[in-house]
Design a protein around this ligand. Sequence first.
Ligand SMILES: [Zn+2]
Length: 230
Amino acid sequence: MNTPSHHLDDDLLLAYVTGAATEPLALVAACHLTLCMACRERATAAEMVGGALLDAAGPSDQLSPDALERMLARLDGDLPVLPADARAGADVPFVFAGVSLPRPLERYLARDNQADSRPRAFRFLAPGVRGIDLEVTAPPVVRTRLLRLNPGVEIPRHTHAAPEFTVVFAGGLSDGGEHYVRGDVRFRDTGAEHVQVVDPEGPCVALVVNEGALLPRTWRGKLVSLLFDR
Ligand SMILES: [Zn+2]
């Protein structure tokens, strides 16, 4: 098992541990956790600290009653943030379209709908880019997709109206002087302009959560965003 070099930041890790993360971001966190022992240890530590804080704080603290409830449920293992806790399935990936994926993705890729037992299939999004929309509970503007990018594909310079989170599962991609491979998490904040280039050796498969539309910076980028944002 490789060791990722780009990890969950503290905010996302804590949001996941406390059950406060939205479903798309909980999925990002869970997928990374299945592939990263270092962050699993951080998550365990955060749970212990969180539990101690809750014990000490009592009901009149600054947390909303809902946050307290969610955290306790999460600590008790009663909150079904994901079908299987990331750590429980940490070393049991499943294979989808020839790629070994983290177990938390499994149910999102199982089938198109109740009447159709076939597994989900990638659809064309843009030249060299195929994707599967994952059904998550989130505002409509949030896109949660498993993307398959062809070798050498370049996503033209663009920025974002909202944060973007990526977890790479196969292949690699370069972005802003950094290189991302299996298990790595990439976070781009609102307004961060970037170009992404897929490694030439093979396709890149990644979970990508966009919390808002792409804002292209070039005409070529505008064309691609028309294809992507649909
Ligand atoms: Zn990590």
